[in-house]
Design a protein around this ligand. Structure first.
Ligand SMILES: NC(=O)c1ccc[n+]([C@@H]2O[C@H](COP(=O)([O-])OP(=O)(O)OC[C@H]3O[C@@H](n4cnc5c(N)ncnc54)[C@H](O)[C@@H]3O)[C@@H](O)[C@H]2O)c1
Ligand SMILES: C[C@@H](CO)CCC[C@@H](C)[C@H]1CC[C@H]2[C@@H]3[C@H](O)C=C4C[C@@H](O)CC[C@]4(C)[C@H]3CC[C@]12C
Length: 368
């Protein structure tokens, strides 16, 4: 990368560049990486917003492709200096089969690694997830932990299983020789629950609240802390890692970093109310309105209904045994590893992240 850096001629590839996080990474790179010559955006579904980016000084190349197709990935990676691999199937609601989740998240990641090795790309950043660590199937709390906090990371659900396997592949690939003889340098970023402009689940909760007459009903105790991070800061961390990976390869190669910022520690529902409240919704109840055993029963019933209805329709509600367990288990991080290793500081303060998210919710169709 050294030659290219001197002539400001870097080529980046962002897989999943049209997703919620991917779009923020793409826009952040265009704003904050002055050495970019070409930005390739690889996604199964290309967004119309890409067109507006094509008029700027950086060559923006949109590539419609599938990470499960090794030849499509190799063609997109060839000639790129850095790959940011955010593409993935984020499904904890049973919309997709476990086999498909594995194929996209694990085989897709393996394809990206092999493409780097075959074509000589040296720097690979993988968007992993906090789910690689937990919450685990025992529902044990992870309270303000860091990358070294001991925790029994045992999963059964296809999504965390696939993210854990893919992350391992990426970390094990660190140091592999790529075409040209130099070593591959990889690292993995583990966001907690991301929020911000474009967050589909926030949109779903907002619409649900509107349907219920401007109310949401508390289901989870306020004392259960859930880690959240603003999408702009997650994107910024990706951009910084990409920038620093070459110069700090010995320190950063093969490492994992939680993505964090100054968003407050709160329960999932109370945190969402930071945005939905100013948009006219109210969270009813200071304590859960239903006993926990009833929620467990409803979640199990939803699983049964999903299975029974599968031949006729896709029934995929927000509540299932897995999402209930995640929402009901404290999982928060407190770390400075990214600051120590590559000088990360959140780009957006909590106040700014909140304001931007509220403004976005207000523009969502059907606003109160
Ligand atoms: N949303 C979160 O809270 C969160 C938290 C931690 C980690 N992550 C990780 O961040 C990444 C991005 O998540 P997101 O929330 O933006 O999800 P998203 O669904 O909005 O974006 C994923 C993108 O990947 C693309 N994609 C899916 N399958 C593909 C395939 N076969 N080939 C090419 N592209 C494909 C999708 O079209 C989409 O644009 C994922 O890897 C996810 O595991 C998300
Ligand atoms: C019991 C309901 C009462 O209101 C609330 C259900 C909320 C759940 C749908 C969400 C609670 C926690 C979320 C997950 C978490 O933020 C982290 C994630 C990691 C990421 O890699 C993918 C998304 C997710 C699993 C996220 C999904 C939605 C929740 C389970």
């Amino acid at each position: 990368m050294a030659d290219s850096a001197q002539t400001q001629e870097l080529v980046y590839l962002v897989t999943g560049g049209c997703g919620f996080l991917g779009e923020h990474v793409v826009r952040m790179l265009l704003q904050r990486e002055p050495r970019l010559r070409e930005l390739r955006i690889f996604d199964l579904h290309l967004g119309p917003w890409l067109e507006e980016l094509k008029t700027g000084p950086v060559q923006v190349t949109a590539i419609q492709g599938d990470v499960t197709q090794a030849h499509e990935v190799a063609a997109a990676v060839a000639g790129a200096h850095v790959v940011i691999h955010t593409a993935g199937l984020v499904d904890v609601f049973g919309k997709t089969s476990p086999e498909t989740i594995h194929e996209v998240n694990v085989q897709g990641t393996q394809n990206v690694i092999e493409a780097c090795v075959q074509t000589g790309t040296r720097f690979l950043i993988y968007t992993s997830s906090m789910e690689v660590v937990g919450p685990n199937i025992k529902g044990q709390p992870f309270y303000r932990g860091n990358e070294n906090t001991p925790y029994e990371a045992v999963h059964r659900h296809p999504y965390p299983c696939s993210k854990a396997l893919a992350e391992r592949l990426v970390l094990e690939a660190n140091g592999r020789e790529v075409l040209g003889g130099l070593p591959l340098v990889t690292c993995a970023l583990r966001p907690t629950g991301i929020y911000g402009e474009g967050h589909q689940i926030m949109r779903d909760f907002y619409h649900q609240g509107l349907r219920l007459g401007g109310r949401l009903f508390r289901a989870i105790p306020a004392s259960v802390e859930h880690g959240r991070v603003y999408v702009g800061n997650v994107a910024w961390m990706h951009v910084l890692v990409a920038r620093e990976l070459e110069h700090r390869a010995a320190l950063m190669g093969g490492q994992v970093y939680f993505c964090y910022d100054n968003s407050p520690y709160k329960s999932y529902e109370d945190f969402n109310m930071e945005f939905l409240g100013p948009c006219g919704l109210r969270l009813v109840g200071t304590r859960p309105l239903m006993p926990y055993w009833l929620l467990v029963l409803l979640a199990a019933l939803n699983t049964l209904l999903q299975w029974l209805l599968r031949p006729l329709m896709l029934y995929a509600p927000l509540l299932n045994p897995y999402t209930l367990a995640v929402a009901n288990t404290t999982f928060t991080v407190s770390t400075d590893k990214a600051r120590r290793h590559f000088g990360y500081e959140p780009l957006f303060s909590w106040e700014e992240s909140r304001t931007r998210t509220i403004r976005w919710v207000q523009t969502v169709e059907g606003s109160a």
